[in-house]
Design a protein around this ligand. Sequence first.
Ligand code: AMP
Length: 492
Amino acid sequence: MIRGRPSHSKVLFSNMTTHHSGAARAPRFTDLQLHPDLLQSLQKNKFVTPTAIQHSAIPVALKRDDIIGIAQTGTGKTLAFGLPILHRLLQSPPHKRFRSLIILPTRELAIQVEDTLRKLGGPFGIHSAVLIGGEPIRRQQQALRLNPQIIVATPGRLIDHLNMRSVDLRLVDTLVLDEADRMLDMGFAPQIKEVLRNVPADRQTLLFSATMPAEIVQIAHSYMKQPTRVEIARPGSTAKDISQELFILPQEDKNELLAKVLLDYKGTVLIFARTRSRAGRVARFAKKQGHSAAEIHSDRTLLQRRKALEGFKSGKYRILVATDIASRGIDVSNIELVINYDLPDCAEDYVHRIGRTGRAGKSGHAMSFAAPDQGAMMRDIERIIRTNVAISPHSTHQFSATAVSPKKSGRKPGHGNAAKSAYGFTKKETPRGGARRSGSGRPGKSKQQETASASGGINPTDGGKAKYGLHYSNAGYSRSSARRKPTGSRNR
Ligand code: AMP
């Protein structure tokens, strides 16, 4: 069904800084013509100033226009779509039931979004229901029988309900696709298209995504009506208040560096590991070092995941170790540090991972531990974030010569600081045996790659550690020296 084309879309360009800058007073929610009950709820929950995405998207959504919102996680998207939904429900006569459907990628995110909407709309009698996997379907069917005006669902469970006829999508008049790029990455395209085919043509569609891959453009072409594009930062860019730092070191040295960093940073730390078992191992390691830590990934039950997240939010656990799948719903303010213990499989995930720190305008720091053979992966990430991430002077290795070809990278070897100019292609300390790239050089080929990076850089028999290793007492890794390197100093 062709419902308009984004090529006709109106572009409303905004920027995170605009509403803070200039002589004009910062806009407030009271300027946005929202229902008085909603303003009261916002005030009670201490929301005063809309974020950039809220400021740009809410007036468009209140006009019932379709929106493509390009904004990364942590920019306030939930209220950007949630407030217009609540406003419309509060304005409608009590007998008329509008139904808003919000589809998003993970259980955690669903719980969090519903929680936010319930806090703001619940006092005025607005009901919502959450449809997610890992919970008894019966309880969800009971909740649906109470006619919720808002349904927050993950795609798989929503389709289960659709097949069981426990939900009727013909009533939907506002459809939100939140973190659309993530849902597509997770393979939910068929479910999303099925939902789009089952909701009425006469509806409003609000699509939010951190990046704008071709598949989303295609969905917008086929299923949206002249959407207004509301762009908060360039697609795939990272929040401006997050400083980033890269450590190049072999796999077997990561724990040693992690131990040091965890002692150095006293605030909350979110660590990303590539696999479930790795996340478990890293969490156990952190606990062994005397830190309070929990893990969150798909091997854990929903209850365990909830407890881990709640414990992290309440301060019971200072450290949370997560895989990418579980990470989207983590909305915890004041995360001081995000550590990519492993680089993500998919370069776009880097944006989502580090967006967990520096939320809602606060500053944050992100560290990535990359193996010497992951130069190509890092280059993909840097292309997406359009920034070169500063390499920590405490890296023990460089990217192996084969990882990036100078021609492709466009950077000339031998320029500037050795560590930086060597990035990807000069051999300052070519490891014995070489850090061979596995296939594409992407971390998806875990076993090969781990073996390659484990052998790379350290000569296991000749005290390689003494030569290249992490002798922090001498090397003097320190947070202040690490942080001194400003991200973006090498902006392209
Ligand atoms: P979101 O991107 O919707 O997940 O929001 C990220 C975080 O920002 C959440 O902790 C929200 O509570 C917070 N937040 C959202 N909007 C605002 C606002 N206008 N003022 C202050 N905090 C906000």
